[in-house]
Design a binder for this molecule. Structure first.
Ligand SMILES: Nc1ncnc2c1ncn2[C@@H]1O[C@H](COP(=O)(O)OP(=O)(O)OP(=O)(O)O)[C@@H](O)[C@H]1O
Ligand SMILES: [Mg+2]
Length: 269
């Protein structure tokens, strides 16, 4: 596996400042496209998307149903390959190498959480959380303190011997966040993590994602169509018909939910 800790800055005049500005970039999409066959024709589902997310940043992407949010997130996670363009995670180009290489980058550098949790029903909370450590060949016992502090941070320490079926939706999502973070990835991607939760449980999950970005320095990218969730971000990007509305990005959050609604209305999405 090639390892380059940082994306490389170009040499020449201005190289120092370019290197400075790239230093803490954890995720970078460069002109990413994804084509899919729709009624026999290749159509762009993701169109020319470029942006970067830095360590400790809590960024959100909003967009209506079918705008390409999940497709984009799968490309950013290396679960799918762009038709054109590049995805860099902690300096690793996900377009390079084979599936094994992408899986290796995913296991160590990317945490992913889903709308429907995807916990394994026959494993306890603790076994679910520590599974990614086993997958990369590490003994959970060696990481006892860190696992315990993660379970504590996510508020699920008391539940560690339960099976997923004995948890509420909010608890399941908090467990899946702990599982996503157990290998200490620099990047956490979340696809509509509150979509299957009550409004209160959803708010708690978004607050926890904020805490994770602040306390652990993890870059968090949250995809949502919920303006309330998006308002909690440091930054909101808007996706429409597969393209990022760069002119419409909101920065400097958390925001007033009304600001996000207003922006959506202005954009007609
Ligand atoms: N495997 C596929 N083959 C062809 N088209 C697909 C495929 N998967 C998704 N699409 C299409 O790509 C577009 C974007 O889908 P995507 O699931 O990324 O949207 P989304 O923004 O995540 O929507 P939602 O908010 O409903 O989850 C949609 O028009 C969808 O029908
Ligand atoms: Mg989706």
């Amino acid at each position: 596996m090639t390892t380059s800790p940082e994306p490389k800055a170009e040499a020449g005049p201005g190289a120092t400042s370019a290197a400075e500005s790239l230093r803490d970039v954890v995720l970078e999409a460069r002109s990413v496209f994804r084509l899919r066959a729709v009624e026999g024709r290749e159509m762009p589902i993701v169109r020319d998307v470029s942006f970067a997310v830095r360590a400790g940043e809590f960024a959100t992407i909003m967009g209506p149903s079918g705008s390409g949010k999940s497709t984009l997130l799968h490309l950013l996670a290396g679960l799918d390959r762009p038709s054109a363009g590049q995805v860099l995670v902690a300096g690793e180009d996900l377009g390079q190498g084979d599936e094994e290489y992408r899986a290796a980058v995913r296991r160590r550098r990317i945490g992913f959480i889903f709308q429907f949790f995807h916990l394994l029903p026959d494993l306890t909370v603790e076994e679910n959380v520590t599974l990614p450590l086993r997958i990369i060949g590490q003994k959970p016992k060696k990481h006892r303190d860190r696992v315990d502090s993660l379970l504590g941070l996510l508020g699920v320490a008391k539940l560690k011997d339960r099976l997923p079926q004995a948890l509420s939706g909010g608890e399941m999502q908090r467990v899946s966040i702990a599982r996503a973070l157990v290998t200490q990835p620099p990047l956490l991607l979340a696809d509509e993590p509150t979509g299957n939760l009550s409004s209160k449980a959803g708010e708690e999950v978004v607050q926890l994602l904020r805490d994770v970005s602040t306390r652990l320095g993890t870059a968090v990218l949250l995809v949502t169509h919920n303006p309330r969730d998006a308002a909690s971000g440091d930054r909101v990007m808007f996706l429409h018909d597969g393209a990022m509305r760069a002119d419409a990005e909101l920065t400097g959050g958390p925001f007033d939910v009304a600001d996000v609604f207003r922006r959506l209305q202005e954009l007609g999405i």
